[in-house]
Structures are given as structure tokens and as C-alpha cells.
Ligand binder design. Sequence first.
Ligand code: SF4
Ligand code: SF4
Length: 103
Amino acid sequence: MSKVSDFDKFGVEAMSKDEHNGLQSSLNEKCLCAGCPSYVEGDENIAFCFPLTGASTAIKQEKGCMCDGCPVYKEYELTHGHYCTRCSQLCQTYKTELGAGHE
Ligand code: SF4
Ligand code: SF4
């Protein structure tokens, strides 16, 4: 049976608060969201793929996604997209793979 930790691409399960904050800042700097057609200003953080960022409170409409061209996407071998509206990599994986009962 798969565990959530198997899909924890960013390793957040074992991360301290300081490590989380440091990684959040680093991801924000590399993130392409601010140049995306779907992007709307209003969130404290971008890098919506990161599980602890949370989905956007400002972006409501999907008008395209730039995630698959992002260095973070390649570095962490991400597999989903539209993280701002659909929730993080871990959350979407949980819904589609664990939620569907795959092992
Ligand atoms: S998560 Fe994807 S769709 Fe959302 S703002 Fe970022 S690049 Fe655009
Ligand atoms: S993969 Fe998408 S949400 Fe994550 S840092 Fe890159 S552009 Fe931002």
C-alpha cells in the first residue's frame, strides 16, 4: 500500500518550520506563476505546487499554465499542473492516485 510520504516530492514530512520557510522562498524565486496568463495578484506566496503554500485565494479561472516549463517542475519531477486552482502536487497526487485506490 502506498504511503503519502512516497509522493512527498518536496520532503515536507521531515521538514522543520525554518526549512519550510527557506524552501518556500527559494521556490518563490524560481516560480513562473507571476508571468502566467492565469495569474492574478493577491496571494502571499506563489509556488502553488508546494504543499504548504495552499491553493490561490485570488486565481479563479484557468487561462493556461506554465508549470511544465518551470525549473522547479523539472528539479522535483512534478507531474501535475494548475496548482493554483487544483491544489498542490501532493494534494493532486493524493486525489488521483491514492484516492483512486492505486497501490
Ligand atoms: S500554477 Fe500553473 S496555472 Fe497557476 S499561476 Fe502557476 S503557472 Fe499559472
Ligand atoms: S511548478 Fe508551477 S507552481 Fe511550482 S514553482 Fe513552478 S510555476 Fe510555480
